[in-house]
Design a protein around this ligand. Structure first.
Ligand code: DGL
Length: 232
């Protein structure tokens, strides 16, 4: 059975794993929740590469042939170097779904991501390659949001998020209120450019009731399934 390694700075990547599992039941999954190094989005490139390399070594030792980087920050900053240094591993990355958003008729697109993802060259390349003339795309860095989620969310044994406690809801909503205070126009589409944010989609939706909210999870799952089928 194909061994698939998945990692993130904690629980965010379980949203990716859950989506992959709906397509690929016949695989053995190893999930590495690197919560002691959360948040990745506030590390330098060098710090982050060191952390990510260690995760890859661990998953490789567990026998993973495919490694899914279930984290936008680690993907946009590290995937090219990882591919050069580990040619024997098939890496599947997670990038902010900017391309998907620009392929719609949306005029106003809001991308929520970690400070590291917002600053990265790859994210800016995605904008340059995909933004249409009549589209306005705002990149909103969300410092502290991934760790707030990591510290306030609990998962059930099947890795689905449990309902938030009242206290957790308050902490998360206060954080979102601060982050969204300068967003003046209701976006047509909100891109969740960090896998942790998919865990609080209903809370984000309650601030922007009419916006469509998307993430890149299905694309990552389809790519993982395609590679697994090729290698099996
Ligand atoms: N969940 C990760 C992402 O998709 C990283 C969040 C963090 O640790 O800052 O970017």
């Amino acid at each position: 059975m194909m061994k698939i390694g998945i990692f993130d700075s904690g629980m965010g990547g379980t949203t990716i794993m859950n989506t992959i599992k709906t397509l690929l039941k016949e695989a053995e999954y190893f999930y590495l929740a690197d919560s002691k190094n959360c948040p990745y989005g506030e590390k330098t490139n060098e710090e982050l590469y060191k952390i990510v390399r260690k995760n890859v070594e661990t998953l490789k030792n567990w026998g993973a042939k495919i490694i899914v980087i279930a984290c936008n920050t680690a993907t946009v900053k590290c995937i090219s170097t990882l591919r050069q240094n580990y040619p024997e591993i098939e890496f599947v990355g997670t990038e902010p779904a900017i391309k998907l958003a620009t392929e719609t008729k949306a005029k106003n697109i809001l991308v929520l991501a970690t400070p590291g993802t917002v600053k990265s060259e790859r994210t800016h390349q995605l904008l340059t390659e995909n933004q249409k003339k009549d589209q306005n795309i705002t990149l909103l860095p969300c410092p502290g949001l991934a760790d707030t989620i990591e510290n306030n969310i609990q998962l059930a044994p099947d890795h689905q998020p449990l309902p938030l406690t009242k206290a957790a809801k308050d902490v998360i909503n206060n954080k979102l209120r601060t982050l969204f205070q300068d967003v003046e126009t209701t976006p047509d589409i909100i891109v969740l450019g960090c896998t942790h944010y998919s865990l609080i989609k209903p809370e984000i939706q309650s601030f922007f009731k009419t916006s469509q909210i998307i993430d890149g999870n299905s694309g990552v799952a389809r790519r993982t399934a395609a590679i697994t089928n090729q290698l099996s």
